[in-house]
Design a protein around this ligand. Sequence first.
Ligand code: FEO
Length: 388
Amino acid sequence: MKIAADVYNIGVSDCTIDLFEGIYQVPDGMLYNSYVIMDEKITVFDTVDENFGKDWMENLEKVLEEKEPTYLIVQHMEPDHSANIHFFMERYKNAKVVASEKAFVMMGQYFGENYSERRIVVGDGDTLDIGTRSLQFISAVMIHWPEVIVTYDPKEKMLFSADGFGKFGTSVSEDNWVDEGRRYYIGIVGKYGNSVQSFLEKIVKLDVEIICPLHGPVLKEMPGKYLYLYDVWSRYEPEEKGVLIAYTSVYGNTKHAVMELLDELKKKGIENVVVRDLSRCDQAEAVADAFRYSHLILATTTYNLEIFPAMRQFLDYLIERNFRNRTVGFVENGSWMPVATKLMQEKLSKCKNLVFAEQTVRILSAMNEENKKQIKGLVKELFREEEN
Ligand code: FEO
């Protein structure tokens, strides 16, 4: 696919993958992008997943039209992009690999080969002259591994952004980038907000018109919007006012309380509410929702004197990603020793700047009139300003 006069995407589409990185559900598959600039010195950016080496090489050869590439720039060493480095280097014996020092260490670890005779080590601020353009390298530590460099082409105002600004799915349309871009970002890079902030400080100084990530569509329509969202997400600020109700329910009684809560929120005029059953939903989606909205309400049971497992897992995912700057409400259920709220609050005390609602809801087996009052009280406390 041609992106600009002499720039091509030679990536592949993976419709067979079930779990990305062995954890993220990807019902719409994944794209592994790889790019070629047909300048005087032909330059290839990254390879693709191991299973698609042959398809990728065919795409490359079509673009090359029997010419030889000079450089393979390896921006990221995770195997979904690096698995075919050796294949490339064997085929193009005069080509050189361009990567960061850390990336060459990883090549040694993965392949037992670090191309000591055929390598160019680059770091933040270095450039590479490939003919009519001088490519600029920018260190992108922890986006999403420590060895990552990204590349700016000032001629086309293109940023080759490695994993940054990618998304799940095989769609090449930008229309639905935000939801899957969010789930991807929070899942993969969410932990490293400070690193993303440092990265953005460098990127905003460039004149970027086109973003070329290693997953998802090439982004041409609104580069400013994508940079804005990365800024919001990496500062851990809510994207919008709204509520995620994340719950588990064993026999339906906690779910009953969640439905009551939903009704109360609606009565209060709070319509921007998402409800997720953590035992059945894609938890990565629920985690992304928690980062999207200003308020989180957790409803669960005590189980083996612990937090119900699916909720425990969810909280671990949030904590691992440095969840912060939100208001959190709690609903618990227990027939003989409810301790879930206390344990959830203890667990979340590791997170910075969370405000816990004082009004909690404690159900003893099944919801009663007192619980309905508690639910009203919780909604009133969380959305006091709606009364004005
Ligand atoms: Fe798409 Fe971090 O690999």
